[in-house]
Design a protein around this ligand. Structure first.
Ligand SMILES: Nc1ncnc2c1ncn2[C@@H]1O[C@H](COP(=O)(O)OP(=O)(O)OP(=O)(O)O)[C@@H](O)[C@H]1O
Length: 250
C-alpha cells in the first residue's frame, strides 16, 4: 500500500505549452508515486510527446511546474533528472557499434556505474545473445529494446517511455510489459508510459491519464474501470468522444 507521506516521484502542476500555430497542451496536472505505472493515452496529436519533452527538458513549458524527486526541473535540472531514465521518440544508437558498445558509451555519463550493469540491462531486455552484433543489423524491435536497456542503466527511480511497444512483435510487447511490471514490483520503479495503443498496455498500468486536444480529460486508478465493468478501451473511446462533443458544442 502506498502512503501519502512519501514524496511524489513526479509532480506536474498546471503545465501549459502552446506552439505558434495555437496547438499544444493546456493546464496538465498529475502526480506519480513510487512503483506507479502510469499510462498516458491519447490519439495522435493529443499532446503526449509535448508533455514528455517538457518533463525531460527537451522543450520548455510556457507556464506551470514540473518536479522530479522533489526538485523543480527549471531550478535544478541535473538534480531533477538524476534518477530518471527516458526513451523519447526513436532513440538514436550508433549503428556501426555493437549494442554492448553503445551502452558502454552511454554508461560514461553516469558516475560509478558498475561494469556488470551493462550485462544486467542487456539480460533484462533479452539482448544478451546479440550484444556483440552491430546495431545496423538490429531489427526495429531490437533497437527499441536497446533504448530501454539504456534507460535502465542507472537503476532509475522513474522511467519515461514514449510509445515503448512501437515496432515490437507480440513477444516483444509481452517482454516489455514483463520488464516494467518486474521493476515496479521489485525495485519500486515508477513508469510514465505514453501510448496510443491502449490495448497493449492496459494489463500493465495501475493508473491512467487520457489526453485529447491538448488537455488531460481523465486521470485515475486503472481498477476503477474494472469495478465499473468496462474495458479501458471502451472508457477511452467514450472519454475522447465526450471531450470532442464538448469542444464542438462550446
Ligand atoms: N514543434 C511543433 N510546432 C507546432 N506544433 C506542434 C509541434 N509539435 C507538436 N505540435 C502540435 O501540438 C499538438 C500535440 O502534438 P504531440 O506531438 O505532442 O501529440 P502526441 O499526442 O504525441 O501525438 P502522436 O501520438 O502523433 O505523437 C499537435 O496538434 C501537433 O500538431
Amino acid at each position: 500500500m502506498r502512503t501519502g507521506a512519501s514524496p511524489a516521484i513526479l509532480e506536474i502542476d498546471g503545465v501549459t505549452k502552446i506552439y505558434k500555430n495555437g496547438r499544444g497542451i493546456r493546464d496538465i496536472s498529475f502526480k506519480l508515486n513510487k512503483g506507479d505505472i502510469f499510462g498516458l493515452f491519447g490519439p495522435n496529436g493529443a499532446g503526449k510527446t509535448t508533455l514528455l519533452k517538457i518533463l525531460t527538458g527537451l522543450c520548455a513549458a510556457d507556464s506551470g511546474s514540473v518536479a522530479l524527486f522533489g526538485s523543480r526541473i527549471t531550478d535544478r535540472f541535473e538534480l531533477a533528472m538524476t534518477g530518471t531514465g527516458c526513451v523519447i521518440e526513436t532513440a538514436d544508437a550508433y549503428e556501426y557499434m555493437s549494442g554492448h558498445a553503445n551502452l558502454k558509451q552511454a554508461a560514461r555519463f553516469y558516475k560509478d556505474l558498475p561494469a556488470k550493469r551493462i550485462d544486467e540491462v542487456l539480460e533484462m531486455v533479452g539482448l544478451t545473445l546479440y550484444k556483440g552484433e552491430k546495431v545496423s543489423g538490429y531489427s526495429l524491435g531490437m533497437k527499441q529494446r536497446l533504448s530501454l536497456a539504456g534507460a535502465l542503466l542507472s537503476s532509475p527511480g522513474l522511467v519515461i517511455l514514449d510509445e515503448p511497444t512501437n515496432g515490437l512483435d507480440v513477444e516483444g510487447i509481452i517482454d516489455v510489459r514483463r520488464i516494467i511490471r518486474h521493476l515496479s514490483e521489485t525495485e519500486g520503479t515508477a513508469f510514465l508510459i505514453s501510448s496510443h495503443m491502449m490495448n497493449e498496455m492496459e494489463m500493465t498500468v495501475n493508473r491512467i491519464g487520457i489526453m485529447n486536444g491538448g488537455r488531460l480529460i481523465h486521470e485515475g486508478e486503472a481498477d476503477e474501470l474494472q469495478q465499473q465493468g468496462i474495458t479501458m478501451e471502451e472508457y477511452y473511446l467514450a472519454a475522447v468522444v465526450k471531450s470532442r462533443e464538448g469542444v464542438s458544442h462550446a
